[in-house]
Design a protein around this ligand. Sequence first.
Ligand code: DP6
Length: 330
Amino acid sequence: MVTSEHAGRATARAGANFALVKYWGKADARLNVPAVGSISITLDALFTETEVVVDPGLASDELTLDGKRRDEDLAKISACVDLLRRKAGVDTRVRVASRNNFPTGAGLASSASGFAALVRAAEGALGLTLSARERSIIARQGSGSAARSIFGGFVEMHAGSLPDGSDSFAEPLLESSEWPLEVVIAVTAKGEKEVGSRSGMARSASSSPYYAAWVAGQPPDLAAARAAIRARDFEALADIAEHNCLKMHAAALAALPPLVYWNGATVECLHAVRRLRAGGVPVFFTIDAGPQLKAVCAPGARGQVERMLSTVPGVLEVLTSALGPGAELR
Ligand code: DP6
């Protein structure tokens, strides 16, 4: 039954998130349960805003992204909304209008903010009231990283071990105000990436000789990052995050065919960040399944990092962000 005051229509906003200890590989593709836990930061300046309208007159769900129809993405969206429809005990179709304020599908975590905003808005539109954990479990089934964008600040995703995926959800570790790190993003290409995360992880798992080592190394990396975040130890977090990122890319590079997500400018940015850090600037890098480099800065270091990355040849644009809140209704 549809009961809440938001019933019928709701808009939600969710921030993108970047993992400092990465999710790469699945334990169960059907339930989208990750093979490894992960730890991320949620951003405030890069976000998705999504409106969901319940429309009994529709024969099927509709989706627009940045004002354009996206029928190719509709099956994933409908499957995610189905989980909420089932909870609400309704079968009515919905119209979903989503906007990203940053490039879509280029390794800037658009599926994370996208599914987190979708779940929050659809929950409101269908008149449901879920716990944050339930939201995270549903968002995970849309996209693994979206389970983390339900929460703000520093977030840990648990891989879980139950066959129904009910213990595979994210939880907040630290609020953004408790350690206000900032992020500088060097955009080095603007098109949608060639091989998305989903097929990239499947290829790594099935063909990379380093995949098993990647999975086995994750529990100690998670423990080290968790401890560094709790202690606000920037140097310790920087060491573990860069190491974990490069291990993920090592597993991907060794897949068949190889997954090379970087371009030349990505590598130049990586060296620039390493030089800054060697010179005493508190900054470290991370890179996801795309060519953008994300530089994570201790409070106060952002301006210097932004100026340096803007001068690297091949950098098209530099974006900056503070840490932000979890998915919320507008
Ligand atoms: C490299 O969450 O996009 O960004 O669950 O298949 O939708 P699916 O994958 P997705 O993968 C994100 C991979 C990553 C690392 C990370 O965010 O942890």
